[in-house]
Design a protein around this ligand. Sequence first.
Ligand code: PMP
Length: 420
Amino acid sequence: MTDALDVRRRRVLGESYRLFYRDPVHLVRGEGVWLYDASGRRYLDAYNNVPSVGHGNPRVAAAMAEQARRLNAHTRYLSDEIVDYGERLLGLFDDSLDRAVFACTGSEANDLAYRMAREFTGAAGAIVTANAYHGVTGEIAALSPSLTSELAPTARAVPAPDPRLGAQAGPRFAAGVRAAVDDLARHGLRPAMLIVDTVMSSDGIIPDPVGMLADAVRVVRDAGGLYVADEVQAGFGRLGDGLWGFDRHGLVPDVVTLGKPMGNGYPLAGVVTRSEITSAFGGRYRYFNTFGGSSVAAAVGSAVLSEIADRDLVASCREVGARLRDGLEELAARHDLIGDVRGAGLFVGVDVEAGGGPSGAAAQAVVDGLRDAGVLVSATGPASATLKIRPPLVFGTEHADLLVETLDTVLAGMTERTAD
Ligand code: PMP
């Protein structure tokens, strides 16, 4: 008899691969906001931001297949697809951001952004938030405190803005960035960049207060560093307020990094920045990424942009997100396990509390309870005590309502069990 799939998986992939859920889900198919397991059971996907225009999106799949049949070339030949897509993409940013460079993953995009920032500024320091995640290349993993406590000697981690401080959150965050600049100086270093995941997903999902990043960006720019907006999670409309998370804070970054939803699951990522920055880098280094920005990647990226525009997904995300948060607030008023509810558009964090404080164990029990009830979410934040709700953008009001109803039932069951 063949070993069970989880046993074979562990044997092939090893220890660094983790599975979600106490009872892992064996997926075989996806459609829109639904995922189907091997027994035919369907799950509401309230977690995956990569398939932002829906699992199995027919327009994206058709663009992928048609382009793959016609031509899939890399970027060292003249071809229309990459130029057409690049022009279209740049048209979605402030005029000052006039260059696009393509990669396959968000990690590569951040790695490249850091190299560009160092080349442009002549400095080496990188300032990140306390529980940031920016990717898996050696250099970027060493700038990701959520992965390692052994950061690069050039890195400084600062406390993420505390939303409970209201108008003081921004100035307090900026004070942390100033302290990091001063500490770099004490070690003979200057900042090349402040890199911030615009929605601070791994710091616990912090979209507000609006404007909270501006003071910190001023501090790093005054010290000669660049502001790199990591839009790998927040970008492409998810926050329901324009396409980019930094728009929400009234900022124009020096460098923007993109990934995840950019190709709806096809590996497509990129850096968007000013020509003076790419010139400083390109004057010294050749950049070639075999698969990044291939003809198929460009065709897929274009189809994703068309879906977001034609289906008015940013507005839908804003409306459905508002209804979802209203429903969750209402649950927070009735269930002691639920604390703060935060979010923008379809990026929502729900704090889970037990015994008077954040509880990673209770959050995990909620995540597993929802999974058993057919709804997929996960947990994030320093204590993993914040439910991370981040569904495909095609999530409708009926899906938001189903999520809230199911969570209500799961929480009621947990309270009953505790009362037993
Ligand atoms: N930045 C952020 C904010 C991310 O969430 C991620 C992925 N979770 C990355 C970068 C890295 O992207 P990738 O996994 O495509 O390398």
